[in-house]
Design a protein around this ligand. Structure first.
Ligand code: S3P
Length: 179
């Protein structure tokens, strides 16, 4: 990328299902672009002083979603175009969040097949309460179907199945350059 040519005041928002690589890719992408990286889950944890799983256990999902919406709204305080954002897998479900993220951001959907999601999620056990079920594959398929419309708000998508982080980052940077 040549200088700030392609920044165009837009944050880069990585969206998509759990365990599709948003945080790992986002961290690396931010480093390569010299931007600040923020992860909505981590911001919710910072605000509440609780881990995501503790919030689900003690306060329930609605409470988590309200905190997540507050965090998304709070991103307005950063200079547009200065951020790479990893949005929690359900963050696009609410229309207000989609609008807010799209207002200052280019939305890149990361995807992966259900088996890959299960495998990656198993590497960090206890982190994704919504996948703690007897049949995670069925749960994933149902949730993907439910979220189809929300995820369709994204500007482009990248299938991360079988890919390493650096090649995904390369692809995103190329996409930004070619726009
Ligand atoms: C969720 C995804 C999680 C986290 C919470 C709910 C979801 O974030 O926000 O467990 O509803 O898809 P990641 O997508 O970063 O795993």
């Amino acid at each position: 990328m040549t200088g700030n040519k392609k920044r165009s005041g837009k944050n880069i928002v990585l969206a998509g299902f759990m365990a599709t690589g948003k945080s790992a890719v986002g961290r690396r992408l931010a480093k390569r672009l010299g931007r600040r990286f923020v992860d909505t889950d981590r911001l919710v944890e910072k605000e509440t002083g609780l881990k995501v799983r503790e919030i689900f256990e003690r306060r329930g999902e609605d409470y988590f979603r309200d905190r997540e919406s507050e965090v998304v709204a709070s991103l307005e305080k950063y200079t547009p175009g200065s951020l790479v954002v990893a949005a929690g897998g359900g963050a696009l479900n609410r229309e207000a969040n989609r609008k807010m993220l799209k207002k200052h951001g280019l939305l890149i959907l990361l995807t992966a097949d259900p088996q890959t999601i299960i495998k990656r999620a198993s590497l960090s056990p206890g982190k994704r309460p919504l996948l703690e079920t007897a049949d995670p594959e069925a749960r994933i398929k149902t949730m993907l179907e439910e979220r189809k419309q929300a995820y369709s708000a994204c500007d482009t998508s990248i299938d991360t199945t079988g890919r390493d982080i650096e090649s995904i980052v390369d692809e995103i940077i190329k996409y930004l350059e070619d726009r």
